[in-house]
Design a protein around this ligand. Structure first.
Ligand code: FE
Length: 333
């Protein structure tokens, strides 16, 4: 009697202050924009009745907010892109290790944190884009070969400030060590046709327009442009098929350390690694499902299959600081 009175008092006080949230809700902080996540959450709500509330922002402010909110955070789940960012989130201790046999069964270990803080949800390759007017695919082979003299004045790169290039360089460091990676990156910088680009889309447009002949981009940016303009004079090439394979990165998510609804959050995340959600989540952004049992969309499958690098993607985080310093030393702006 005493206990239930106390509970009632707590409940009514909480209701007044808005401190209690219904158990059938999950709150998400997402650096993926509304249109890429809302259809997936809507499908989950339709299926389970669980409401999914979300806010979207860039990853840095979202992570800073989680840190500042600490145990008072309303957020249950953090969704962001790039293993480099997810690794950072884990370093900031804003994620709680997952313990889910289902997620382990659905997502290969190389696309999850080794310490359990996050799981990949969709995959993108960072690969070579080339001009169909000025380059024959036979001339292409590896990321490393883009440092050769014959590409002088022909290569376009995005800024080294973007985590995607930091992650790519981190995997080069893992494969080759520092000295050889310096030579490769220096070769790329020496081969630049123009200043670095602020985004991948502008880079692909520069290849299409004849400003450069080859570049490095994430596959979904190519997919978006190609969808708008099927006559795009640029194609994707899968490098390093004779050795370690194409650099693959991901979007992913983790349950927050102080999630008010940790079980509901994990259930949502588990569902997101399953067949229905994987096809939807990857398909919306022309990405590859992280669950190997789920086929990519027809437009993504049309790019052809390839061997992906088998290195655990968290290397992107572990060697990020080293990669940033190396890129800076080699003059990659
Ligand atoms: Fe992107």
């Amino acid at each position: 009697m005493q206990a239930s009175k106390a509970l009632l008092a707590v409940l009514s006080l909480s209701a007044l202050t808005g401190g209690v949230q219904a158990a059938d809700e999950v709150v998400v902080y997402s650096s993926r924009i509304d249109e890429l996540i809302k259809p997936v959450f809507d499908a989950y709500t339709a299926k389970t009745g669980v409401a999914v509330k979300f806010i979207t922002d860039k990853e840095a402010p979202l992570m800073a907010r989680l840190q500042a909110e600490g145990e008072n955070t309303p957020a249950d789940l953090l969704i962001t892109v790039d293993a480099g960012n997810l690794w950072q989130a884990e370093q900031l201790a804003i994620l709680k290790p997952l313990d889910s046999a289902l997620i382990k069964a659905n997502i290969p270990a190389q696309y999850r944190s080794s310490t359990g803080g996050w799981t990949g949800l969709s995959l993108r390759a960072r690969t070579i884009v080339y001009s169909t007017e000025r380059v024959k695919p036979e001339e292409l082979s590896t990321y490393e070969a883009l440092a050769d003299k014959n590409w002088e004045g022909r290569l376009c790169l995005r800024t080294s400030k973007k985590v995607y290039n930091q992650s790519l360089t981190a995997t080069l460091l893992e494969a080759h060590g520092q000295a050889k990676t310096e030579t490769i990156v220096k070769g790329w910088v020496d081969n630049l046709a123009t200043d670095v680009f602020a985004d991948d889309t502008a880079l692909i447009q520069a290849v299409d327009a004849g400003q450069c002949d080859v570049g490095l981009v994430n596959t979904y940016y190519y997919g978006r442009l190609h969808k708008d303009n099927p006559a795009l004079k640029a194609k994707l090439f899968w490098p390093n098929q004779g050795d370690r394979g194409v650099h693959v990165n991901l979007s992913g998510a983790g349950v927050t350390r102080y999630a008010p609804h940790p079980e509901a959050a994990q259930k949502l995340l588990e569902w997101m690694t399953g067949e229905e959600a994987q096809a939807l989540f990857a398909g919306i952004n022309q990405e590859f499902p992280a669950n190997p049992g789920v086929a990519p969309s027809a437009e993504v499958a049309a790019w052809g299959s390839f061997k992906a690098d088998s290195v655990p993607v968290e290397v992107a985080g572990k060697r990020q600081a080293e990669a940033i310093k190396l890129m800076d030393r080699m003059g990659w702006n």
